[in-house]
Design a protein around this ligand. Structure first.
Ligand SMILES: [Zn+2]
Length: 271
């Protein structure tokens, strides 16, 4: 495959903040790895880990495979990451990429939002961007000054007395709330990577429109960790003139996948 953009070409949006990061990257990635394994184990125990023959999982992995080649140019550590993509059979409208390239999608985000491949790629690009820009590491480093942060650090460095401290450190990675600034950075880098991978950046607009419409009184879980507002869609729109030509010149995916079959209505809860 010839890439319109050599995978090594730098992406200006990759610029990471020079904020001193007190927590070493490999420690953050180790904590993420551990928490990811625990999550997969738990999902597997509950028979909620989607198997590799499921077309929606193949779909996620094929989209990831087009985006991942662009990641080491952004963060050299990414060439060493063991990227993983898994699908959890849950109604939750959620997805994440933990430090070290550990991606999970929850079935609800595919089915409830009826995402097309471009929209999935926008989420994937956005989540991968958080990992590449080391937003979690930055937050943990800032948090090092708080009591919770100290506990977290001691757990990360193996100083904690109890194994579950390390688990807490990981759990914190799963529930990390990004700042609006982080969100903007992840949107801009995500758009660039997904466009290079051949996905239409205009779907960044439709994706966040769907996200904001979804859930009614109970907003999608992903919005609790990725704060959003009307300004986000405007920002994405303002990037389109720059990123559309990138998409237009990029080789396109050879195969398009159908959206996930809708979920049956939830059973009413027993009183
Ligand atoms: Zn985000």
């Amino acid at each position: 495959m010839t890439l319109a953009w050599p995978a090594t070409a730098s992406i200006p949006e990759c610029k990471r903040s020079s904020l001193a990061k007190a927590v070493p990257a490999d420690q953050v990635e180790a904590a993420a790895r551990q928490q990811y394994r625990q999550m997969l184990q738990q999902a597997s125990n509950e028979r909620a880990l989607v198997s590799t023959d499921e077309p929606q999982l193949q779909r996620l992995r094929s989209i990831a495979a087009r985006i991942i080649p662009f990641t080491p140019a952004c963060n050299p550590r990414a060439s060493e990451w063991r990227w993983e993509v898994n699908l959890i059979a849950s109604r939750s409208i959620n997805a994440f990429c933990m430090p070290g390239g550990k991606i999970a999608f929850f079935y609800g985000i595919l089915a409830e939002l009826q995402l097309d491949d471009d929209e999935v790629a926008m989420i994937m690009g956005h989540e991968a961007a958080h990992a590449l820009l080391e937003h979690a590491r930055e937050q943990m480093s800032k948090g090092a000054l708080t009591t919770g942060g100290l506990r977290l650090l001691s757990a990360l460095f193996g100083l904690g007395q109890l194994g579950d401290l390390a688990a807490q450190a990981g759990a914190q990675l799963l529930t990390l709330k990004f700042s609006r600034d982080d969100e903007g950075e992840a949107d801009r880098l995500g758009l660039q990577m997904a466009a290079r991978a051949g996905y239409d950046p205009r779907s960044g607009v439709t994706l966040w429109q769907k996200m904001m419409r979804a859930g009614g009184s109970k907003p999608p879980q992903i919005l609790s960790t990725h704060p959003t507002g009307p300004a986000r869609i405007k920002d994405i729109e303002s990037k389109l003139p720059e990123v559309l030509p990138v998409f237009q010149a990029a080789p396109k995916p050879p195969k398009r996948y159908s959206p996930a079959p809708p979920l049956p209505a939830a059973r009413p809860r027993q009183p």
